[in-house]
Design a protein. Structure first.
Length: 489
């Protein structure tokens, strides 16, 4: 999709304008001939500006504008920072359905929502809604139509569109990685993707393989990965564009390229979805790609521990005691609680090696998070109120929703072991999301830290809220959220 800017549209296959509920006008449409205006008036009465409702008005063949599409935004007081993004996605999908080569969207005037935000949402929604994972289909999706945004051109608008394109493309890249099947995406494959984007985007990339992982004491990553012929990797991406002595932000993402549960084997039902257990790591790689392309004036480190959790003769077992990178020991009670083991190693490494000013981790960590919060809100656990507030602020701007869960000494006590420093599961099924986070908390010394459990939001599930820009499969959750956080530091 190519994106252009024009002050007005004189010729297009499809001119799209937004309509508020209980309004009689198309936002920003401007002057139009009396006959067309009469047709539009009747169409507006029919659709009533209801949220997400689309109404197409065909015009005469002699008209330079072949069709007008009216898109309902709902009530003005109910507008969110996601409304235009979601409705723009529906418009883009309709344009492709009509097999158009191009279409135009009129940016709503600033009295509806600020123009920069509107334009960004139009770009993000349109691009992400046209993404389809068809890598393995003989018949590919139709080509995406080009988009013209009707808005007064300025340097700020041009920059906003460029930034929104980078962010949308990085979210799409993340979805594409996460959607890959396990036979096509092993830890080594993921490492190769990281190497490719590092060459194209001036990132530094290093990959620590199994012999060195064992030698350097990454006991969690080594233990979880030892049951698979696809050996574990620790992927590190470095971006340094801030002041030389400025401490970096460290991002850590769980990437279990397939999770059988290991010896503690999962039920067969929906096990195919465990290809999405790498979503946290894919999110980090996608963010690092965007950070470099946006040329943010900061220092960011991405760390991705990647394993395949398989049962086998060399697999780690319930009852094992392993030594983590931090030097602490962990009693294994369930090999399906593997994500916290590899994350613990990566978190300790990130803090020790980079002395960051903040650490944020992403993980499809617990089914308990889905029980607690459903499939539209990520769980958040933190040791720092200021960092938590910044993530909340970013969440409100991007509408990638998060909700903080508590973490006090009582939860930390729930993972104490009688034979090791801690155990890798809590007491029964109680507070599963928080006890998993408590395990991770033991890997952090004093650094401000936020843990995001994205088990419910990383891919579309039965109860996932339908959004045009999140087609079935991986959602890329966290990419827009953290890029907003980084841009507003």
């Amino acid at each position: 999709m190519k994106i252009r800017i024009e002050n007005s549209k004189k010729k297009t296959s499809l001119l799209c304008g937004f309509v508020l509920e209980n309004s009689t006008k198309v936002l920003g449409l401007g002057k139009i001939d009396a006959k067309t205006a009469s047709i539009i008036d009747q169409s507006i009465k029919d659709m009533e500006g209801k949220l997400g409702k689309l109404n197409i008005i065909p015009l005469s063949e002699k008209n330079s504008i072949q069709r007008i599409l009216l898109a309902g935004l709902g009530k003005k007081e109910d507008l969110t920072r996601d409304t235009i993004r979601a409705v723009s996605g529906k418009i883009a999908q309709k344009a492709r359905e009509l097999k158009l080569k191009e279409f135009s969207i009129i940016a709503p005037p600033s009295f509806v929502t600020d123009t920069i935000s509107s334009v960004s949402q139009i770009v993000e929604g349109s691009k992400m809604a046209l993404y389809k994972f068809d890598n393995f289909k003989s018949e590919k999706s139709e080509e995406s139509p080009d988009l013209t945004i009707i808005v007064s051109k300025s340097n700020k608008i041009v920059k906003a569109i460029k930034n929104a394109e980078i962010i949308a493309n990085s979210a799409i890249f993340t979805k594409g990685l996460a959607n890959l099947p396990p036979n096509e995406c092993t830890p080594n494959t993921l490492a190769n993707f990281a190497k490719i984007i590092s060459k194209n985007n001036k990132l530094k990339c290093k990959v620590i393989s199994e012999p060195e992982l064992k030698k350097r004491g990454f006991g969690g990553i080594s233990a979880v990965g030892q049951g698979s012929k696809n050996r574990p990797k620790l992927i590190v991406l470095e971006y340094n564009n801030g002041p030389r002595n400025e401490k970096p932000i460290v991002l850590v993402g769980k990437a279990v390229t397939f999770d059988t549960g290991g010896i503690s084997l999962k039920p067969g039902d929906k096990m195919d979805e465990m290809k999405f257990d790498k979503c946290g790591g894919c999110t980090v790689i996608g963010i690092m790609k965007a950070v470099s392309e946006l040329k943010l004036p900061t220092n960011v480190i991405g760390i991705v521990p990647s394993v395949e959790n398989m049962p086998g003769g060399e697999s780690y077992r319930p009852g094992d005691i392993i030594k983590l990178y931090s030097g602490k020991t962990a009693e294994i009670l369930n090999t399906d609680a593997e994500g916290r083991l590899i994350l613990a190693d990566a978190l300790s490494y990130g803090e020790k090696f980079y002395s960051p000013k903040a650490i944020i981790d992403f993980a499809t960590l617990t089914g308990a998070c889905i029980v607690a919060l459903g499939t539209n809100v990520a769980g958040m656990v933190s040791n720092n109120e200021k960092l938590t507030k910044k993530i909340y602020d970013a969440s409100s701007r991007t509408t990638e929703e998060v909700w903080e869960l508590p973490l006090n000494q009582d939860y930390i006590d729930m993972i104490k072991s009688e034979v090791a420093d801690m155990k890798n599961v809590g007491i029964g099924r109680s507070a599963g999301t928080i006890t998993a986070a408590a395990f991770l908390r033991n890997s952090i010394e004093n650094t401000p830290w936020v843990h995001l459990d994205i088990a419910g939001v990383a891919w579309t599930q039965t109860s996932t809220k339908e959004k045009s820009y999140n087609p079935k499969g991986a959602t890329g959750f966290g990419v827009r959220l953290i890029l907003d956080y980084l841009q507003n530091l």
